[in-house]
Design a protein around this ligand. Structure first.
Ligand SMILES: [Mn+2]
Length: 430
């Protein structure tokens, strides 16, 4: 791992919170992700499943966490099963967690090698009545492959058909949406790395540069700051490419007079940041570009103030829609008749701003969180309005990541990343 070790207090607390929501005489199991194949013997880089990471800090393939708070044997109330390692295996397979290192990372004292799994599972399964399995219920999930977790669940249900089953996911959705101070600090580090990359790019962009050259500059800054890289597939969209919302080719040349929309940010220690900025290729916004830019910025600033405890996500979007409608009227993109005759299910503003304004962010970029429940302090959200005008060859989105406070305005984790049009022009021309 490139990141600095994380205090195991975080994972100990996360397990305590999870256990407090479990039914009596129940056990919960969490698996690592597979290492996904390419072909021949090539593989994709490993990405740990965020739930086992959240509950243990273990960032290694073929790991299993078992929680059984009512177990008669105190040794088996928390257990890790890991791939065996020793000095000899390490020569061939590289460094893997020893039992001691697994304890330091997770705070879990009982660590077995995987070959003991079936035997120990038989012992603990005969001592419990309910088993918590971990299904993916994220509102945007769309998974076609069978995960390691799915395979384990099938095996478990097949071998122990008399157990009742419960769901871990709703518990994790609630817990993971409210961040611990240690997590907020890790997210701040991800945002700070993103800031370095963005400032580097401000000094690099000029007419004729290619979108992928900008991508390379950012990756350089991420890697040298202990990030694995982009938290999500980067969007570097010049000119009309900005109007393709999920443009990820990043293979065009940036032209004098155009804008570039970046939706690019670093991960750190598996935590995401999520930034959008829109800058002029030649270092100076035209009057029209600046007018649209400042309209987006005003919507962002006003929307941010609505992210307070008690706000319901859907109501918030209705309010942001009103802010956006008034800006679009001001820009002459909508007229009063468009608004009077609008379809309430697809309001007029959606012609120019067709995506959501905010999502939870954390270990996943589109993080866990039950959207029908009211917002709470220490939830972290993005704020990302945009205006997209294909007829004018421009699209502008501005996005920061903010932490909801007990009272007052949210804390902006990206408060140091330049956003005022004048400051961006100044830095590009320095
Ligand atoms: Mn986002």
């Amino acid at each position: 791992m490139k990141y600095h070790p994380i205090d195991s207090k975080l994972f100990i607390k996360n397990r305590k919170n999870f256990i407090s929501q479990m039914k009596p005489s129940s056990l919960a199991v969490f698996n690592s992700n597979d290492i996904y194949p390419v072909s021949a013997d090539s593989t994709m880089p490993f990405e740990q499943h965020r739930d086992i990471f959240y509950l243990s800090g273990v960032d290694q393939e073929e790991s299993i966490l078992v929680l059984f708070p009512d177990c008669p044997n105190p040794k088996h109330r928390e257990m890790l099963f890991l791939k065996e390692t020793n000095a000899h295996i390490a020569v061939w397979e590289g460094e893997k967690l020893t039992k001691e290192a697994a304890f330091t990372t997770s705070g879990i004292k009982t660590v077995y090698w995987l070959q003991d799994l079936e035997k120990i599972m038989f012992e603990v399964m005969t001592q419990c009545d309910t088993v918590y399995i971990n299904t993916n219920e994220h509102y945007r999930a769309n998974v076609e492959t069978e995960t390691r977790e799915d395979r384990f669940t099938k095996w478990l249900k097949d071998k122990y058909p008399a157990h009742s089953v419960a769901k871990s996911n709703p518990i994790l959705q609630r817990l993971r949406s409210v961040k611990d101070p240690i997590e907020i600090e890790l997210m701040q580090q991800a945002c700070n790395i993103t800031e370095k990359a963005f400032r580097r790019v401000l000094g690099f962009v000029k007419p004729g540069v290619w979108e992928f050259e900008i991508e390379a500059e950012m990756m350089h800054e991420f890697l040298r700051n202990r990030s694995k890289g982009f938290a999500y597939t980067p969007i570097i969209a010049s000119g009309n490419n900005a109007n393709v919302l999920h443009y990820i080719e990043n293979n065009q040349q940036c032209k004098d007079g155009d804008l570039i929309l970046f939706d690019t940010a670093a991960e750190y220690a598996n935590y995401s940041s999520d930034l959008s900025r829109t800058i002029p290729v030649n270092g100076k916004y035209t009057e029209r570009q600046k007018a649209v830019y400042n309209a987006v910025l005003r919507v962002k600033n006003e929307a941010t103030k609505l992210l307070v405890p008690g706000t319901i996500w859907a109501d918030y979007h209705v309010e942001v829609g009103k802010l956006m409608t008034s800006e679009l009227l001001g820009l002459g993109l909508l007229d009063k008749a468009d608004v009077q005759n609008e379809n309430p299910d697809w309001p007029a503003y959606k012609k120019y701003f067709m995506h959501g304004t905010s999502h939870h962010i954390g270990l996943d970029t589109h993080d866990y969180g039950l959207l029908h429940e009211p917002m709470q302090a220490n939830m972290v959200f993005t704020v990302e309005p945009g205006i997209y005008i294909p007829d004018e060859g421009l699209g502008i989105r501005l996005e920061d990541d903010v932490v909801i406070q007990e009272s007052g305005e949210p804390f902006n984790l990206m408060g140091n990343i330049p956003i005022e049009a004048e400051e961006i022009e100044e830095l590009m021309n320095a």
